[in-house]
Structure formats: structure tokens, C-alpha cells
Design a protein around this ligand. Structure first.
Ligand code: FAD
Length: 374
């Protein structure tokens, strides 16, 4: 299959022509064409290996389940047409007392679907095959055989290495008998923004136990959402309606809801095993997402690229390459994620009590404040 056809298949999934039966044996099988999977596929395909990505969605990156913010250093990943929405300069944190604390927070708002498609197109251009509407359904990790389903037909894929880039609920982990990651739930509305804005707003209070409320501007629209630990408060709709209503009253956003989304965010830190039975865990599936902010795009791309490199080294004969991946990732992400897990545990002692609405408690638990790092 030539590259152009593969890229057009990504942007117009209905014209995917690859038949799964054409691909029986691969060097690297990637499950999930999110940012992590496409980054891993790109690295391994670039080195000339046979890479197959299976993605169960019908359109890569859709539906979008994201506030669409990436940090400034990710700018090189936002250069493709249609990816960049706007720049973000700062963060305004609303504490329970009503105090608003400004802080620098440079970054970019992206069209997340275009972002994911661009990464997938880069992997395809490097030679990776990408099958959409194709889900992993079974795994024999000892014999390294995966069963995938496409169009009511299932087939077996033999692989040397498997990349679990399959998101917060990681079916790969489940099929391997590994424990699920602890997650919080989110709910988000895309609403009209009444005036141009270059900051992100964050609300901390017991209204959002286990998480926070957010507004991320993107041109004439804004992503307004919240994350909450459902065990602390099962209802996400009422607090979001309340936040939305308040901002409408203030004249900052319009009452219309253009889009609704949500999804799970891992909040427990790194998975105990990032490498298991020739499988490398990447991005959300590996627990790379920040347990306090919920940010995970950059970590998914970075862990994906590093995992792709490890796959290349391993197949080239370096038997330690997979363990090195796990060690490097623990060294790079371990301390940051461990601090965030610790702060979550501290906050957990206060949610659903009056103390949760004390500013010092919230300052200690949020990345904009020096107390967080003390
Ligand atoms: C509401 C919300 C807002 C967020 N906002 C931000 C933000 O602003 N900035 C930020 O950095 N992070 C944000 N995040 C987190 C961010 O979206 C994730 O960290 C990121 O998507 C992780 O990328 P990934 O490639 O690891 O996983 P994913 O993007 O989840 O990709 C996994 C892919 O695997 C596929 N898959 C799953 N199972 C199978 C299967 N059996 N077979 C085939 N394919 C399968 C899925 O369909 C999916 O496409 C947000 C998350 C949510 C829910």
C-alpha cells in the first residue's frame, strides 16, 4: 500500500482498503492510534520495521475527549495544518475563598482530532500500516499472537513486540491479567467564548472533589469542564451546569453547548510493570498521565517515542532494551508522578469536609503554588 493512500485513509477512514489478512506477521503491533501509539509506530517504522497499528475507532482522534491543551515545548507537534488553535500564556487559579492567583502557564491549544491525525499520518508516512475500526479482542502473550476484529471478521497477528497504547482502561492490560489503573471521571462542554482570552482558568473547591474545574479558550470557543472522583461525588452534570451557568451570568461564555464529551483519566501514577511479556505500556495505559492536572498528551508522545526506540534496539539484538525503557521512564517521570500521587492522598483526607474549602489545603494540592513543591 502506498503512503498517500494510507494517509488519505486516515483522514477519510471510509476509504481504508487494507485487508487485515494482508498483514499476518509484524515486528511491532501497536494497539491504539492515540498520540502514544502513533509516536511509537513512527519511531519503529522509521527504522524500517514492519509496524501495524490497530485502532478500534472509526475515525482517528474522534470523538475528541480532551481539553486540548499541550505545553509550550510540544510546539513542534502542532505545526501541521489545522492543528494549532491558539496560544495560552497564563493560568488563573480560583481558590475556594474567591482569591484569584495568576501564574505563567505557556502552552498551546490544539484541535485534538487534527493533532492525533497528524501523528498518525507521520507514522504512516514512515511506513506503518494503520487499521482503523479494528479492535484487539484477544491475546496469547506467550505465543505472541493477537486476535483483532475488523468488519465482523477476526484474524490473528503474530508479533515480536506489542505496544499497549490503548488508553486509560487498557484492554491489553486486562487481557494480560494486570490490574486496572485508578481513574477519575470528567465531563466537558464546548461553549462560545464572548471575548478573546489567552489564559486558562482553574477552579479548586469541594464542588470538584478529587479534581478541579477548567476553562481552556480556543479562539471563539472554550472547553469548559471538570474532573471528579466519582466515589466522592457521582454527579458530574450538576456542578458543570452550575459552573457554566455562573460564567453565562458573568457574560464570559454563551449558554449554547456546541459539544459534550468526557472520559477517564488515570490518577494513580505509573503502572507497576511498564514492560510485561514482550509488551510495553505507553501513555495513559502506562499511567503516565499527571494525577493532579490530568495532562497526558506530552507524556504519551514522549513515552511512545521512547518505547518505539526500545523496540528497534530490542529487535536489533539488545536484550536489555525493554528494561531500559522501563528504567528510563521511571527515572524521567517517577518523581513528578510520585509527588502528584502524594498530593492527591493529602487532598483525599479533606474532600467532602469543610477543610477542603480552605485555601491553604488547595494551594498545597495544585501545581501553580510553591506549597505544592515544598
Ligand atoms: C476530558 C479530558 C480532557 C483532557 N485534557 C487534556 C489536556 O488538555 N491536555 C493533556 O495533555 N491531556 C489531557 N487529557 C488526557 C489526554 O487526553 C490523554 O492523556 C491522552 O489522550 C493519552 O494518549 P494515549 O495515546 O496514551 O491514549 P488515548 O489517546 O486514549 O488513545 C488510546 C487509543 O486506543 C484505542 N483503543 C482502546 N482499546 C482498543 C482496542 N481494544 N483495540 C484497538 N484500539 C483500542 C482507543 O480507541 C484510543 O484511540 C484529557 C483527558 C480527558 C478525558
Amino acid at each position: 500500500m502506498n503512503v498517500n493512500r494510507k494517509i488519505s485513509a486516515i483522514s477519510a477512514p471510509s476509504v481504508v482498503k487494507t485487508h487485515i489478512s494482508e498483514i499476518k506477521t509484524v515486528d511491532v503491533l501497536v494497539v491504539g492510534a492515540g498520540p502514544g501509539g502513533s509516536a511509537a509506530a513512527w519511531r519503529a517504522a522509521k527504522a524500517g520495521y514492519r509496524v501495524l497499528v490497530v485502532e478500534r475507532k472509526k475515525r482517528i482522534g474522534e470523538p475528541v475527549q480532551c481539553a486540548e491543551f499541550i505545553p509550550g515545548p510540544m510546539v513542534d507537534y502542532a505545526r501541521d495544518d489545522g492543528v494549532l488553535s491558539q496560544h495560552i500564556e497564563g493560568m488563573k487559579t480560583y481558590l475556594p475563598s474567591g482569591t484569584v492567583a495568576p501564574s505563567p502557564f505557556p502552552g498551546l491549544m490544539v484541535d485534538r482530532a487534527a493533532f492525533d491525525r497528524a501523528l498518525a499520518a507521520r507514522a504512516a508516512a514512515a511506513g506503518a500500516d494503520i487499521m482503523i475500526d479494528t479492535g484487539l479482542v484477544a491475546l496469547d502473550a506467550t505465543r505472541r499472537i493477537a486476535r483483532v476484529r475488523h468488519d465482523d471478521r477476526s484474524s490473528e497477528i503474530h508479533y515480536q513486540l506489542l505496544m499497549a497504547a490503548d488508553g486509560p482502561h487498557s484492554p491489553v492490560a486486562r487481557l494480560l491479567g494486570l490490574p486496572p489503573l485508578s481513574v477519575i471521571q470528567t465531563r466537558q462542554y464546548t461553549v462560545p467564548l464572548k471575548a478573546a482570552y489567552a489564559d486558562t482558568d482553574i477552579w479548586l473547591s469541594d464542588e470538584f472533589p478529587g479534581g478541579y474545574g477548567w476553562l481552556f479558550p480556543k479562539g471563539g470557543l472554550a472547553n469548559l469542564g471538570l474532573g471528579i472522583d466519582r466515589q466522592l461525588k457521582p454527579d458530574l452534570k450538576t456542578p458543570l451546569e452550575h459552573l457554566h451557568g455562573e460564567l453565562v451570568r458573568q457574560g464570559r461564555v454563551g449558554p449554547e453547548v456546541m459539544q459534550r464529551t468526557g472520559g477517564a483519566i488515570p490518577v494513580g501514577g505509573l503502572r507497576e510493570r511498564l514492560v510485561y511479556k514482550h509488551t510495553l505500556f505507553i501513555g495513559d495505559a502506562g499511567g503516565f498521565t499527571h494525577p493532579i492536572t490530568g495532562a497526558g498528551i506530552a507524556a504519551a508522545v514522549q513515552s511512545g517515542e521512547r518505547a518505539g526506540l526500545a523496540a528497534v534496539e530490542y529487535i536489533d539484538g539488545n536484550v536489555r532494551a525493554l528494561e531500559s525503557y522501563a528504567e528510563d521512564m521511571r527515572e524521567q517521570y517517577g518523581p513528578t508522578l510520585a509527588r502528584a500521587v502524594e498530593r492527591r492522598a493529602e487532598l483525599a483526607r479533606h474532600w467532602r469536609s469543610a477543610q477542603a474549602n480552605d485555601d491553604p489545603v488547595q494551594r498545597r494540592g495544585w501545581i501553580a503554588f510553591r506549597e505544592y513543591f515544598a
